[in-house]
Design a protein around this ligand. Structure first.
Ligand code: SIN
Length: 527
């Protein structure tokens, strides 16, 4: 089958993705020129939408940016980019106040912001909304603000196929428009990737179905630098479902006093870390695996039955209702929980202004790696990162002055496409293999085995041009899987979210070393 590239859309800014980073950056860039946002599903489908715990920022008199910085660095396991962290924590409060001015309604108590505490935060500094539906509130207010801006257009059901680069400069992107069933070339002087992470590469994930690593894979194909992909953060407490579809049980549940218990009902976290249930996420995730193993189980139990019932229902209405529909009343029943892939810490390498290694291609939010999260992201820093670095992208383009597009045109050309990939089985196999062999606990031989399998499958479909989204997604998931596993194999130590059972300790020799991929080094190298 052949498809024509029928349409060309000229714009000033092409923003890929409609979570907090995409919407906020688009809103800002709308002051400078015309913005086209493309998003592969509907605007409701993003990790932002499902964020529960909240957004961390220093807004309390008893708190300071220095403390927020200290907590972020400590969680990051001696691996954060300190300059990026300083920017995040110092500029964060202004950006959160902007969100409030835009109409985002965070929860207040007695006239003051109701700040929550999450693991590895030394202070209560996590803003939340509608109890545990923070992401939904942010997404709704940002969508309203962005779409009310005259020169910002939101294109749903529009999938990024590939990024075009001319003379090492962003030139545009080829996309499938599933509203009209055609292929469109977007030409723009600037591209901003805000397409989120890759949780769907794992069987158990807290992320929605759309998180197939499309942005990282497209950036890799166009030669942009990719970094730190071995660091995949697992959230310790997602609802256990043997089918592998997980629902997040926010860390704030443990922050409010929730306790973890093993199969025999015993608390166990005190044995593993002085912070018990609020220890860093990687420590809690591995402790859960170890306790589960003792009883030949995948899950342990989260217990809030000792807390006030009315308070639980009011503080966690989303979790309470979702569990109730599944037959669990969290005020009287313990909740089966399992660690699940939650956040891609690495990604497209950027500087402090969101610039990637390709001129005029920027990246922001989970798809980007600013170095803020180091080897282990501090809870609720990611929504903040989307705002802070989205603003910096806007500022850097504003200061530089707008450039014009590269004169390339792909309309009129044809693409051979395959419309019926039938790749469902491959997708499930990939997700299970990644979970078993490149998940929370990794080991050399298993990584080599899974890389061999991923590369073999990639070879089979690499040169097929798909029209439907699923075909592209599988290709992107295979690519992201290869990037994660190659990085995990190269990093012969354990640090933060990356744990190698054959190299169980942190090694100082790796303190400042990153695993990178670029045009000259598609197999990865250490720098
Ligand atoms: C949570 O609510 O536990 C998730 C917060 C985060 O991952 O930042």
């Amino acid at each position: 089958m052949t498809a024509h590239i029928d349409d060309k859309i000229e714009t000033d800014f092409l923003v890929v993705g409609s979570g907090i980073a995409g919407l906020y950056t688009a809103l800002k860039l709308g002051r400078l020129g015309e913005v086209q946002i493309i998003t592969k599903n509907s605007v409701e489908e993003s990790s932002t939408q499902y964020a529960q715990g909240g957004i961390a920022a220093v807004l309390d008199k008893g708190d300071s940016w220095e403390l927020h910085m200290k907590d972020t660095l400590q969680a990051g396991a001696d691996f954060c980019n300190e300059d990026a962290v300083r920017v995040l924590v110092k500029e964060g409060p202004d950006r959160v106040n902007e969100l409030i001015e835009l109409g985002t309604q965070f929860d207040f108590i007695e006239g003051e912001l109701d700040l929550a505490r999450e693991g590895a935060h030394s202070r209560r500094r996590v803003l939340h909304a509608r109890g545990d539906a923070t992401g939904e509130e942010i997404r709704e207010s940002l969508t309203a603000a962005a779409t009310n801006r005259e020169n910002v257009e939101l294109n749903e059901r529009t999938f990024l196929i590939d990024i075009y680069v001319e003379d090492d400069r962003f030139a545009g992107a080829l996309c499938c428009d599933h509203n009209k069933d055609n292929i469109v070339f977007y030409r723009a002087p600037y591209g901003i990737l805000a397409s989120g992470g890759c949780g769907m590469a794992y069987k158990n994930t807290t992320n929605p179905d759309v998180t197939t690593g499309d942005g990282v894979a497209a950036a890799y194909r166009c030669g942009a630098e990719i970094v730190d992909m071995e660091f995949i953060q697992f959230h310790p407490t997602a609802l256990y479902d043997p089918e592998g579809v997980s629902f997040l049980i926010s860390e704030t549940v443990r922050g409010e006093g929730g306790l973890l218990r093993n199969e025999e009902g015993e608390r166990f976290m005190e044995k593993y870390h002085e912070e018990s249930e609020l220890a860093p996420r990687d420590v809690v995730a591995r402790a859960i695996i170890a306790e589960g193993k003792k009883f030949d189980k995948e899950n342990v139990w989260l217990d809030v039955t000792h807390l006030d019932k009315k308070y639980i229902k009011g503080r966690f209405p989303n979790i309470y209702t979702t569990l109730k529909k599944k037959g669990i009343d969290m005020t009287v029943d313990t909740i089966p929980v399992v660690p699940s892939a939650h956040y891609m810490i690495g990604g497209v390498k950027t500087d402090l202004d969101g610039r990637t290694s390709i001129r005029n291609l920027f990246a922001c939010g989970e798809v980007a790696c600013t170095g803020v999260h180091g080897a282990n992201r501090l809870a609720s820093n990611s929504l903040l990162e989307g705002l802070v670095f989205g603003h910096r992208i806007f500022e850097s383009i504003r200061k530089d002055g707008l450039r014009s597009s590269v004169k390339v045109d792909h309309t009129g050309s044809e693409q051979d496409i395959c419309d019926d990939p039938c790749l469902w089985g491959l997708k499930q196999e990939l997700r299970s293999s990644m979970m078993d062999k490149a998940g929370i606990i990794r080991e050399k031989d298993e990584l080599i085995e899974v890389i061999g399998w991923l590369e073999k499958e990639m070879k089979k479909i690499k040169n097929i041009s798909f029209f439907n989204t699923e075909g592209h997604e599988i290709k992107n998931m295979l690519r992201v899987g290869i990037l994660i596993c190659r990085s995990a194999l190269i990093r012969e130590e354990s640090r933060g979210a990356h744990f190698r059972i054959d190299h169980p300790d942190k090694k100082h020799g790796w303190d400042n070393k990153h695993v990178l991929f670029d045009k000259e080094n598609p197999q990865g190298y250490v720098k």
